[in-house]
Write a protein that binds this ligand. Structure first.
Ligand SMILES: Nc1nc2c(c(=O)[nH]1)N[C@H]1C(S)=C(S)[C@@H](COP(=O)(O)OP(=O)(O)OC[C@H]3O[C@@H](n4cnc5c(=O)[nH]c(N)nc54)[C@H](O)[C@@H]3O)O[C@H]1N2
Ligand SMILES: Nc1nc2c(c(=O)[nH]1)N[C@H]1C(S)=C(S)[C@@H](COP(=O)(O)OP(=O)(O)OC[C@H]3O[C@@H](n4cnc5c(=O)[nH]c(N)nc54)[C@H](O)[C@@H]3O)O[C@H]1N2
Ligand code: SF4
Ligand SMILES: [Mo]
Length: 713
């Protein structure tokens, strides 16, 4: 919608300060964005917004925004740049990429991106158009796609919490997720917060006492990385105490007997020393979940940040199937998929090229069977460093700050320095962009036409973003893909993006143009779809696969299994002798999104420094007081954050924030080595056998008091 009220024009759009899409009304007065408020009509957020939405105005107008393409003028990392035109930028890209394609093949070009922004589907599409199977992003094997793939294999679709109908869930099992802060991540934060004020019961599985854990009936303070063992023990209780829905299990699940035999040894007493959760609490949680109907599950990325991501998600996914709280009002439900499928152009890659996808032989779920097949990140960086199995000669990044968000930042830097041609498209100059040969200015969410739908993969609501502002010569990524495809005469992926949106909107009967007027299109969730004409579930057996035929076919465990994280007090007691604490990283904070927004005063003011959570007993042991700077050290490196001393964490566990750099330090490195959680994390094996997931959480660390980094500077 575009409505004129006096001198003000009001546009409907979708906020993208995180990867959600709350409906908003953008007020433009005298050509300036004056105000952003929630759209009361939006079925997703019903007028509510978080603090990040109004801060968008600071983002759009920020003096540090990249406004023109830049070409490196001195040695790499010297900070010397020449301003160039888009025409020249396209020439450089077309010439460099054209030469690589001719000499070595397009597979030696890798494409990188970040999580869930408006252009994310267009990135693999562009890679396919270019002819390379090697695209990657730091989430994917570590974020959401383990859940998506597990759901596809187990249920034939991704179940989401039903916050959208008239029935409230009786119980929400919140697992490795903190939606009250991090949502939208498939759901909206406002819904979970609202439910804490109703009769809905909460079971929260989290090493930290979050807002939801505070409000919960049961808080299971799990040892980071032990979620698989905990879920297996809950399955054991539901089965041995016969708390499952026998009719539902008999009619709609496949492999119950096999699962029952498989989890028999995994008693709560077996799980207690592994998970640090008392056996009685495991029993109580399993009983509460099974006895509540409708019950639903909120699972988050914490279960995907250690190398048993697939089997952990599988174990959790089996619980609601046993209790039958599936496809019913207020339960775990399947969305209407309001948009038509995205044209990824997968068919443009022939089979020999697909077979070259790095890591796809070993991690077959990631590289082949995935709903969005992608390359294995450690294999991509290794190819950059070593040329094995073949060199990656160019890396084109569209919206990612690799030094901040991939595991093992030192290894990432070493890899990026080796690549022959590096280009980065971003809103700001970042420590990673400083290493590039070419830097392209990206448009912010208020400067683009885009179409998205939420909750992800369930899609009750499609939303249009519309271009309201223009900063310098910034372009939106999707437009750059189309223009570059034209320049390189790729013959595919060259069309106007609005025509892609129009094709996806077919079912709604609306054009993209109409969507910019309406703001959104909505389709309600329907229930009991599996019973209609005995439709069943879209899996091989037509049932919910407790025993996964799809995983078996790929050569992986068909039943959910426990695997101790490789660097833990149990698996690596020798390492634990020097690094006795269990580290977890990256629990989201409201003010920031990944490594973004540190330059926005409105958000930085109330959260100026990175914080590490530790227990008062641990703090006392090391002479640390609340607010002190502390060292956090692992085998890979050490960083400084400020101590947040709280009894909401186990004395044996430390949590550090992720994504930290200091844009105000204009020295080319922007403090990226000071407080960056990924200096501590690991990109080495073992990986999840199916998905190739590496290790961002459940590592071993030590803490000590540190000098104030600013006093030293
Ligand atoms: N404001 C804001 N919102 C965001 C983001 C952001 O950066 N800022 N990032 C977006 C992205 S990319 C994602 S993936 C989602 C992530 O959002 P969530 O899925 O909610 O994940 P986190 O907040 O990282 O972690 C959730 C909880 O897991 C707990 N946890 C840590 N380790 C473990 C463990 O081993 N086991 C269990 N059970 N719990 C553990 C943490 O204490 C935390 O409370 O949020 C998205 N939304
Ligand atoms: N230690 C640790 N590491 C983690 C995590 C953790 O919990 N702990 N979480 C992981 C997870 S779940 C995820 S999803 C990833 C997130 O990783 P990413 O999503 O890749 O996040 P960033 O690296 O911050 O990169 C985003 C960059 O894109 C820019 N940008 C924003 N919008 C646009 C746009 O429209 N176009 C372009 N071209 N650029 C844009 C921003 O300015 C920023 O520099 O991090 C992972 N890394
Ligand atoms: S939750 Fe995300 S989409 Fe919603 S207002 Fe906040 S930043 Fe914007
Ligand atoms: Mo993520």
């Amino acid at each position: 919608m575009k409505k004129d009220v006096g001198p003000t024009t009001i546009y409907k759009s979708a906020c993208r300060m995180c990867h959600g899409g709350c409906g908003v009304l953008v007020h433009v007065t005298d050509g300036q964005i004056a105000k952003i408020i929630g759209d009361p009509d939006s079925p997703l957020n019903r007028g509510k917004i978080c603090i990040k939405a109004p801060a968008s105005i600071e983002l759009v107008n920020h003096p540090d925004r990249l406004k023109h393409p830049l070409k490196r003028a001195g040695p790499r990392g010297s900070g010397q740049w020449d301003r160039i035109s888009w025409d020249e930028a396209y020439d450089i890209l077309a010439t460099r990429l054209g030469a690589i394609i001719k000499e070595s093949g397009a597979h030696q070009i890798a494409i990188g991106t970040g999580t869930g922004r408006h252009h994310c589907d267009f990135v693999p599409r562009f890679a396919n158009a270019l002819g390379t199977p090697n695209w990657c992003e730091p989430g994917h094997a570590q974020c959401f796609f383990p859940r998506v793939n597990v759901s596809m294999m187990t249920y034939g679709d991704l179940p989401v919490c039903d916050y959208y109908g008239d029935t409230e869930p009786d119980c929400v099992l919140v697992w490795g997720h903190n939606p009250a802060v991090s949502g939208p991540d498939g759901e909206l934060l406002f819904h979970s917060r609202k439910l804490t004020k109703t009769d809905t019961k909460f079971i929260v599985v989290d090493p930290r006492r979050t807002v939801l854990a505070e409000a919960a009936d049961l808080w299971l303070q799990v040892r980071p990385g032990a979620d698989d063992a905990l879920a297996l023990a809950m399955l054991n209780v539901v089965i041995t105490e016969e708390l499952f829905d026998a009719d539902f299990v008999a009619k709609w699940t496949f492999g119950f007997e096999e699962l029952a035999a498989h989890v028999a040894p995994h008693t709560p007493e077996w799980a207690e020393p592994i998970t640090w959760v008392p056996a009685d609490n495991i029993r109580a949680a399993a009983r509460l979940f099974a006895e509540s109907k409708p019950a639903t599950v909120e699972w988050g990325c914490a279960i995907e940040h250690s190398p048993n991501s697939i089997q952990t998600a599988r174990a959790i996914a089996c619980l609601p199937a046993l209790t039958g709280t599936i496809d019913i009002p207020g339960g775990w439900v399947f969305g209407p998929h309001i948009l038509d499928g995205f044209p990824f152009l997968h068919e443009h890659l022939d089979d020999e090229v697909k077979a070259l996808r790095l890591g796809s032989d070993e991690f077959r779920l990631l590289g082949r069977a995935n709903v969005m097949p992608s390359a294995h990140i450690p294999s991509v960086f290794k190819a950059m460093r070593t040329g094995e199995p073949y060199p990656i000669r160019a890396f084109l990044i569209f919206g990612n700050n690799p030094l901040a968000t991939y595991a093992d930042s030192n290894l990432v830097r070493e890899s990026l320095e080796k690549v022959e041609f590096l280009s980065v498209m971003d809103l700001f100059m970042t420590p990673s962009a400083e290493l590039a040969d070419l830097v392209l200015p990206a448009a912010s969410w208020l400067e683009v036409n885009a179409l998205t739908a939420f909750p992800y993969f369930a899609e009750t609501t499609a939303l249009a973003q519309q271009k309201i502002a223009q900063v310098g010569e910034a372009k939106q990524d999707e437009v750059v893909f189309a223009e570059l495809a034209q320049r390189m005469k790729l013959g595919v992926g060259e069309e106007a993006i609005e025509s892609v949106f129009d094709a996806r909107l077919k079912k709604t009967g609306k054009s993209f143009q109409q969507m910019t007027q309406d703001g959104f299109a909505f389709e309600p969730i329907t229930y009991n779809k599996h019973e209609r004409d005995d439709a069943g579930f879209r899996t091989e057996s037509g049932k919910i696969e407790l025993y996964s035929l799809a995983l078996e076919k790929l050569g992986y465990d068909p039943l959910p299994t426990y695997r101790e994280p490789p660097e833990s007090p149990l698996s690596a007691p020798d390492v634990a002798a020097d690094f006795p604490l269990v580290l977890t990283s990256g629990a989201r904070v409201l003010n920031f999104f990944t490594s973004e927004h540190r330059q926005l005063p409105r958000l930085r003011r109330s959260h100026p420094d990175p914080l590490a959570d530790l227990h008062p007993d641990l703090a006392a042991e090391h002479g640390i007081e609340d607010g002190d700077w502390i060292w956090i050290e692992t085998r890979r490196g050490k960083i400084r954050q400020r101590a947040n001393v709280t009894d909401g964490i186990d004395p044996r566990v430390v949590n550090v924030e992720f994504g930290w750099w200091f844009p105000e330090r204009q020295d080319g490195e922007y403090g990226i080595w000071q407080s960056n959680a990924n200096v501590l994390t690991d990109q080495g094996p073992p990986y999840d056998p199916a998905m190739g997931t590496y290790q961002l959480r459940a590592l071993l660390c030590q803490v000590s008091k540190a000098p104030d980094p600013m006093a030293e500077a």
